[in-house]
Design a protein around this ligand. Structure first.
Ligand code: 4HQ
Length: 245
């Protein structure tokens, strides 16, 4: 999968290729990351790409022309692509969007700064506007990097066998279970007994119960979307009863 990022801070975005799972996937050519600086597409002698907002008010707006030229240059290098603008006005992204977007061969990601981009860029060149959540950040670069990270995790072979994508939170609609490692006891805090024995069926059952219970307590709206099996309903009841005891 190819990611083409339109950004005023290309070095910031390129840091993605240096670390961890994402860095390895790019090294192994499972993913490709390219950056386009709109300043390189500006006709202004000082390479300006921003101007004051019509109607007045604080801040600056990114101009149409350099952004369109940069996006079109990126489009010319790709097929089966989708242009995405990261913004707080976009549709909040979820697990299902990651699955949907991973079927494209390439994505062009527009990372805005200042007050954002001239709305006509979105009308003319952008396929969808998405948000990483109801928070405001200083630029679209970090949201873009989050999206690329989440998508790369879904490329077959990007995760080592010890890190399985389908055991993560949300894959079955539930939050992840708690995890523990050595030592067995630390500052009076112990590891749940079932995890210390070798009964893998009991461990699997405990993990599912914890996932169900945590989702019920922390994200009840997620549970309402699921059709729990009779076995899952019984596990959740057990969890709730154990909490009361
Ligand atoms: N932005 N999800 C870029 C965001 C944001 C979000 C604010 C986007 C600033 C220029 N992006 N503008 N939330 O807060 O994606």
């Amino acid at each position: 999968m190819k990611f083409s990022v339109i950004t005023l801070f290309p070095e910031l975005v390129l840091n993605l290729s240096k670390y961890g799972v994402v860095g390895r996937a790019i090294e192994e050519k499972l993913a490709d990351l390219e950056v386009f600086n709109p300043r390189n597409y500006s006709d202004d002698p000082n390479r300006r790409i921003d101007d004051r907002p019509y109607g007045g008010g604080p801040g600056m707006v990114m101009q149409f022309e350099p952004l369109q030229k940069a996006i079109r240059h990126a489009k010319g290098q790709t097929t089966n692509t989708r242009v995405i603008y990261l913004s707080a006005q976009g549709k909040p992204i979820g697990h299902s969007d990651i699955g949907r977007l991973s079927s494209y061969d390439s994505l062009i990601l527009l990372a805005g700064r200042y007050e954002g981009v001239d709305e006509r860029v979105i009308e003319a060149e952008v396929d969808e506007e998405i948000s990483i959540g109801d928070i405001v950040v200083s630029g679209g670069e970090l949201p873009t990097m989050m999206l690329i990270d989440a998508l790369i995790r879904h490329i077959p072979g990007a995760l080592g066998h010890e890190e399985s994508a389908n055991q993560d939170s949300f894959v079955d609609g539930l939050l992840d279970c708690p995890h523990y490692t050595r030592p067995e006891s630390i500052q009076g805090l112990s590891v749940p007994k079932v995890l210390l024995g070798g009964d893998h069926q009991a461990i699997q059952k405990w993990r599912e119960k914890e996932s169900l219970g945590r989702t019920f307590q922390r994200r009840p709206e997620l549970l309402e979307k699921l059709n729990l099996s009779d076995e899952q309903k019984a596990l959740l009841e057990e969890y709730i009863q154990e909490q009361l005891d």
